[in-house]
Write a protein of this length. Structure first.
Ligand SMILES: [Cu+2]
Length: 300
């Protein structure tokens, strides 16, 4: 009879040195059933439960938010699988090639073919992701593609200062620089299902306008007028936060966004524009000189 009682030639080598020992090496099937599968099962069980409790992502109330989430989840699973796979392999190799009595070091200069493969695959994935999200990115970020008044868009000026948000509206006439313009502190009031174009400035330091339900986050940089837009598709009251550490009272820099049904929004805007906001936009001495309508570029 043959003395090859071991299955698999590589394990036979272990028994050639020293006293025969009963060793149960990891194999791919074990690695799969004992490490990778339980982790994947745990993740797949946890994910819906966490999503249900709002532990993963906040509600999404715009089409852009849904598309951003879609990209987020694709990247999450791609990187998650690669992470579990590579860390699993690392652990497996640490175990498999651990110090053994009589073991010999083996010098390797690497494997050119494998290196080309593991460089080419991520590069291909990155290019594919960039191509996949390109239209969404330009739609959100390119001012040339922003909706106009013809698309029913409304405009709001945003002026950030330590430590509050000022939102300025055109009033019922839909024009800047007229008597019905008005400003509300810490309240962004927008209609549902209509595009909202924001022109954003900061008086003092860099702030960041963050509206989690819209997946909207934009830095406001002193000296620049930065534009952005969104369209909310669900009425309600949502959180706005400053996402840039902008000073000692940064934590106070919160505001709320009210998304109203279009009729309700018209009424609210008409009512608010009747109240005086008490700001002399032409005063050269007030901070508000920073946001005379002429200070904001009016592209549309
Ligand atoms: Cu801030």
């Amino acid at each position: 009879m043959s003395n090859r009682t071991n299955k698999g030639g590589c394990h036979a080598a272990m028994n050639e040195v020293g006293a025969p020992k009963e060793i149960h090496p990891m194999n791919w099937r074990r690695l799969g059933t004992k490490c990778v599968l339980p982790v994947l099962a745990f993740l797949s069980l946890c994910t819906p439960a966490m999503a249900e409790r709002g532990l993963l992502l906040p509600e999404a109330i715009s089409e852009h938010a849904e598309r951003i989430d879609e990209l987020f989840w694709i990247i999450f699973w791609l990187t998650g699988i690669v992470f579990v796979g590579t860390e699993g392999l690392l652990l497996y190799f640490i175990f498999k090639y651990r110090a053994k009595e009589g073991g010999k070091a083996h010098y390797t200069h690497g494997n050119y073919k494998v290196e080309v493969i593991w460089t080419a695959i991520p590069a291909f994935i990155l290019i594919a992701l960039a191509a996949f999200q390109f239209n969404t990115w330009t739609e959100i970020k390119d001012p040339e593609k922003f909706p106009t008044a013809d698309d029913g868009a409304i405009q709001v000026h945003v002026l950030a200062q330590q430590f509050s948000w000022n939102f300025r509206y055109q009033g019922p006439d839909g024009e800047w620089g007229t008597d019905d313009d008005f400003t509300v502190e810490n309240q962004l009031i927008v209609p549902k299902d209509r595009p909202v174009v924001l022109q954003m400035r900061s008086i003092d330091v860099i702030h960041s306008l963050f509206m989690p339900v819209l997946r909207f986050k934009q830095d406001l940089v002193p000296g620049l007028t930065i534009t952005g837009w969104f369209e909310a598709n669900k009425a309600g009251t949502y959180e706005i936060a400053c996402a840039e550490l902008c000073g000692a009272s940064h934590y106070l820099m919160r505001a709320e966004m009210q998304v109203l049904e279009p009729d309700e929004w018209d009424q609210k805007i008409a009512a608010l524009s009747k109240e005086k906001d008490g700001i002399d936009y032409e005063s050269p001495t007030q901070n508000f000189r920073f946001w005379r309508p002429s200070e904001f570029e009016q592209k549309k």
